[in-house]
Ligand binder design. Structure first.
Ligand code: FES
Length: 216
């Protein structure tokens, strides 16, 4: 019986075939071992190459970000400019004879509530005698000729004229005075004296209610 068992056990041995499988495993093991042994330098070389590759990719990423940032900034600037394309101002608190300074597209804007006397003064001027011929009606809205809205930028070299704030000099014609080179504007902000070539610029504007004006 025991012989039979030995025979059976002997017969089973070929089926094991582990020696055939073992070499493959051992080859793989040796290969791995080889990489670790004589490949110590090679393995670290691979890692070094990987590092260089990663570093290069990272640098490229930083470069892309550095290029992208100005583009994003430019896009933001454009958005800001678009947001300032127009402004709305409630002028209800501006009494006749008073002015305010506001800002539109990064330029000063004067909003002036002319008194009846200032309107009359502007209307009695011979328009043909003006350097830049315009009537008060040309520069205001129908029914609201008392609301004079202009850029606060002298048309000579771009100084901000005086006359909008309380107590400021209004010049010889009661409107605005640019002290830079002595330009005088009248009550319709038309150039009357001095080197400025044209009247203060009237921006595009419209009353969107009785007291709210939209500029731009
Ligand atoms: S800038 Fe106003 S007079 Fe020259």
């Amino acid at each position: 019986m025991s012989t039979v068992k030995k025979t059976k056990s002997t017969a089973k041995k070929p089926a094991v075939k582990k020696p055939a499988a073992a070499p493959a495993a051992s080859v793989a093991t040796k290969a791995a071992a080889g990489d670790q042994n004589h490949g110590g330098a090679e393995g670290s070389g691979v890692r070094r190459r990987d590092f260089i590759h990663v570093a290069a990719v990272s640098f490229a990423g930083v470069g892309t970000a550095a290029v992208a940032m100005p583009l994003v900034s430019q896009m933001s600037a454009s958005a800001d400019v678009l947001a300032l394309a127009s402004i709305e101002v409630d002028v209800a608190a501006i009494q006749p004879g008073q002015s305010i300074k506001t800002s539109w597209r990064k330029q000063p804007v004067f909003i002036r509530n002319l008194t009846p006397a200032e309107v009359e003064e502007a209307n009695k001027v011979d328009v043909g005698s003006l350097r830049d011929p315009q009537t008060l009606a040309d520069r205001t809205k129908p029914g609201k000729e008392n609301w004079l809205i202009t850029l606060g930028v002298c048309t000579h070299l771009g100084c901000v004229p005086l006359g909008a704030a309380a107590g400021e000099v209004k010049g010889e014609y009661g409107g605005y005075f640019c002290p830079c080179h002595g330009s005088h504007y009248d009550t319709a902000a038309r150039i009357r004296k001095g080197p400025a070539p044209t009247n203060l610029v009237v921006p595009e504007f419209a009353f969107i209610s009785d007291t709210v004006v939209k500029i731009g």
